[in-house]
Ligand binder design. Structure first.
Ligand code: PAF
Length: 288
């Protein structure tokens, strides 16, 4: 069944208040649309845990720089609504920019500079302020019990978790594992920009993570060796332009002095038009 589409904050609040009054739990999947199997996994996870499942589709201008793809970000409400329906989503919140930002701009920002200026933040300095601000606003509008985010955007997930903790937002943040194509490419709405040869080349991100993982699991203690191996794999693909390949402590986002505890490997590269990101976690028990 297709979800009920709601486009105003007032209407959504009335609908959700009714469910809350009747004691139903609300699961929330915030998205920017162009839904794919990665989003489907979040919606299905919410469906299994919550009585009412709401997804939002809002291409948030605040998180795009002037040079980025806001105007032509892929949008297809019909196919999004169909996929959401197949995943059992009850309500689809699809506000306009004027509904979310009626004054044209917000005077309030949610900023987490210590996490947001690293990695993605180096090339996208305003991005995470836009993300944290809109997610805070959406959580205030929806008031969900649980909110679901993909681990593909690992830094985004960490920032949202920290924002929720710091501001005591009453929601459980659920991180969901990355969904991949058969050749390992992580699902992303921006994969549609890839030409066929670029699409083939794009699996190099996963290959780089595999190379890094093999070195960590082989007992390497020096992060530089892992970084060099991942960088070499991406640099070996002529259609890919390496942005970063790194290994971090998933709590501090710093490169660890040695690899004797849980780490996260992260890579970012431009392949043709889109800039793609991917990551994988390695827990120390698995290395021993
Ligand atoms: O991951 C996304 O699609 C967006 O960054 C989010 C969390 C929906 C905020 O606009």
């Amino acid at each position: 069944m297709s979800p009920t589409v709601i486009s105003t904050i007032a209407e959504l609040r009335t609908e959700l208040d009714d469910h809350r009054r009747d004691g139903r739990s609300i699961g929330f999947v915030p998205t920017m649309g162009a839904l794919h199997a990665g989003h489907a996994s979040l919606m299905t996870r919410a469906r299994a845990a919550d009585e009412i499942v709401l997804a939002s589709i809002f291409v948030n201008p605040l998180q795009f720089a002037a040079t980025e793809d806001l105007a032509d970000y892929p949008r297809d409400l019909n196919s999004d609504s169909e996929l959401a329906g197949e995943c059992g989503v009850d309500l689809l919140f699809v506000p306009t920019v004027a509904e979310m930002y009626p004054a044209g701009t917000l005077l309030t920002e949610v900023r987490l500079p210590r996490l947001a200026t690293k990695l993605e933040g180096l090339t996208r300095p305003t991005h995470f302020t836009g993300v944290a601000t809109v997610v805070a606003k959406l959580l205030n509008i929806v008031g969900p019990c649980r909110a679901y985010f993909g681990e593909k955007d690992f830094q985004q997930l960490a920032i949202i978790r920290r924002m929720v903790d710091d501001l005591s937002v009453p929601v459980e943040v659920v991180g969901c594992t990355i969904v991949r194509e058969d050749d390992g490419l992580a699902m992303s709405s921006r994969n549609v920009y890839l030409t066929p040869p670029e699409r083939e080349a794009a699996s190099v991100l996963r290959l780089a993570l595999d190379a890094g993982e093999a070195i960590v699991k082989g007992g390497a203690s020096n992060p530089e060796a892992v970084i060099a191996a991942m960088s070499a794999v991406i640099n070996g693909e002529p259609l890919a332009q390496l942005d970063y390949a790194t290994v971090i402590d998933p709590l501090t986002f710093e490169i660890p002095a040695n690899l004797n505890h849980d780490v996260r490997l992260l890579v970012a590269a431009r392949v043709g038009r889109p800039r793609l990101i991917d990551n994988c976690g390695i827990s120390f028990e698995k290395v021993l």
